[in-house]
Design a binder for this molecule. Structure first.
Ligand code: NI
Length: 167
């Protein structure tokens, strides 16, 4: 198990649609462990496989940041099946370090996700967990949270990001 390098905004691999996970393998087991390690190393609440250059529909969330194993969530071929309400709060992404912007998200979501053994279960999340679920599933569709903003705001964010990267 080891943290992997997170690729950042501008890398074309972040824009790809990822492929569904097929048969579960030891390599995938390692990838999941590495994703959890990566989230902890980067102090993130979650990370998606495309962010480490693997374009598979796989992501992990751990709102406890390694403090509580019960909070570890593995998403395999996840899909939002229902959403309710809305929330407005600050959001960030390990692939866009230093940038945090307020973004509206559903307040409550229900996600269908596969287990390694091929069976399915539902992951339900409210508030921060709902935000994290939406954010990570967006990564699997090639979407970064800054892409919700219009071109003008996105340009402002991009300039801020470039300036921070140089500093
Ligand atoms: Ni992200």
């Amino acid at each position: 198990m080891a943290a992997r390098t997170v690729i950042t905004w501008g890398d074309p691999r972040l824009k790809l649609n990822s492929a569904d996970v097929g048969e579960w393998t030891p390599e995938l087991e390692t990838l999941v462990a590495d994703l959890f390690d990566t989230a902890i190393a980067e102090e993130g609440l979650g990370v998606a496989a495309p962010q480490v250059g693997v374009n598979l529909n796989l992501a992990v969330i751990d709102l406890s940041c390694g403090q509580d194993p019960a909070q570890k969530i593995v998403l395999i071929n996840p899909e939002i099946v229902r959403e309710e309400g809305s929330q407005s709060s600050s959001e960030g992404c390990l692939s866009i370090p230093g940038i945090h912007e307020v973004l509206e998200r559903p307040q409550h979501v229900w996600v269908k996700s596969r287990r390694p053994d091929g069976t399915w279960h539902e992951v339900e999340g409210e508030d921060l967990l709902a935000r994290a679920l939406c954010h990570e599933i967006d990564h699997l569709r090639g979407r970064l949270f800054v892409e919700y903003f219009g071109p003008v705001k996105r340009q402002v964010i991009q300039r801020k990001y470039q300036k921070q990267k140089k500093a």
